[in-house]
Each structure stands twice: as C-alpha cells, then as structure tokens.
Design a protein around this ligand. Sequence first.
Ligand code: DER
Length: 235
Amino acid sequence: LTQDDLKKIAAYKAVEFVESGMVLGLGTGSTAKHAIDRIGELLSQKKLTNIIGIPTSTQTHEQALGLGIPLSDLDTHPVLDLAIDGADEVDPDMNLVKGRGGSLLREKMIEGCCKKFVVIVDESKLVDYIGGSGLALPVEIVPFCWKFTAMKLESMFMEAGCVAKLRVENGNGKAYVTDNGNYIVDLYLKKDIGDLRAAGDAILRLAGVVEHGMFIDMATTLIVAGELGVTVRNK
Ligand code: DER
C-alpha cells in the first residue's frame, strides 16, 4: 500500500461519521482531499443529503465547489457538527502539528468550533513528542518586520535547538503568503519543548504572531491507517 492509499483509507473511514444534515469543517491537504472527494461522491449518489461544508482554505473551497458541495462560513454557522482534517504530526496525547500546507489559521478557527474533530493520518505522522519529526512547526506571522518576529521565536526555543526559517514559495524564493495575507515562519526543533500549552501561550504573546500550528487538546477522534489496518481512537 502506498502512503496515499493509507491516506485514502483513513479518509474514507472518517466519512463514515458524516450524517445527512451535518455542517462540516472541510480540512486542507492531501489526506483531507480524499475525504472531501468521498463526501462529494456520496452526495452525488444521494447517500448523503443536506450537507453544508465550511472550507479551511481557498484550495479546499475550490475542490468542494467543483464537487458541488454546498458551502458556507463561520459567520453563518458558528457551530459545526464535525470537522475532518489531516495532520503533520500526532503525539501520544492526540496533540497535533498542522500547517505545513499553510492553512493553520482557518483550520484552527473552524476546527475549534466543531462538536467532533476527526483527524485522519497515515501511520508516518505519529511522533513521540511534538516537533519530534524534525520537520516544521509552522507559525503564522504578520509580514511587518518578520525578521524580528522570527528571531524572537528562534530565541524563545533556543534550549530546544530551534532554527526559525521564513517559508518561501517553491522556486522563486519569494515569501509564501497565506490565504490571510500573512507569512509563515517554520520552527525546526531538536528537542522536546515540554509543556505545549506554555510554549503555545508564549508564542501567541509575541505581538507579530497571528497563530501557531500546535493543535493542543482539539482532536476528539484519531483515525490512523497503517500497513496492519486502520484504527479509530477517541480522546
Ligand atoms: O497543512 C495542514 O494543516 C494539513 O492539514 C496537514 O496538516 C496535513 O496535510 P497532508 O494530509 O497533506 O499530510
């Protein structure tokens, strides 16, 4: 099974939680894409009806539009029944790293308003601690004096061997700009930062920071697809 096969298996399993009439948070990324495709398919087969989708990115908005999924937003639906989204890392307490696809702010806004937040991953996303993959922990910041903010973030996690890098567009070296017109600084950690809430609060206290990619205690259900099968775990 390829990694994408596993993502699809986890995604389809999550869609089993979708019931007609639900208001859904539609995630962003290659795993969530499969779930949205599946929802579109069930709608076209009339196996699902009266679904409203709240997209977490312009990318997901476009995909859902193309599938004919009726769309809305948080202004109209401030409480959602269910959100389905992927993650970049999942620790043993179901805390997440998200945002390597650039959509962490809208994801966190929308997934914070759901009665149920189902996270779908292939087994490669499981880590012992947040940052443990050695890959990016994204932080969305305002473009104004981004170097200053990046430097403050890097020094904040000096003990964890943190390196902060401005995310650039593939190829042309220009700063990546989020759907919200902001920049992303990716933090690369060499050690466990310990108390995630304290770390997250410290990050948010920097005036130039908009939001960070740690989703602490937000997931209610974790679906993991691996070589040995798919597991569903509730918080
Ligand atoms: O960037 C994001 O937040 C994505 O949801 C990410 O966390 C998972 O993306 P993937 O399903 O393509 O690995």
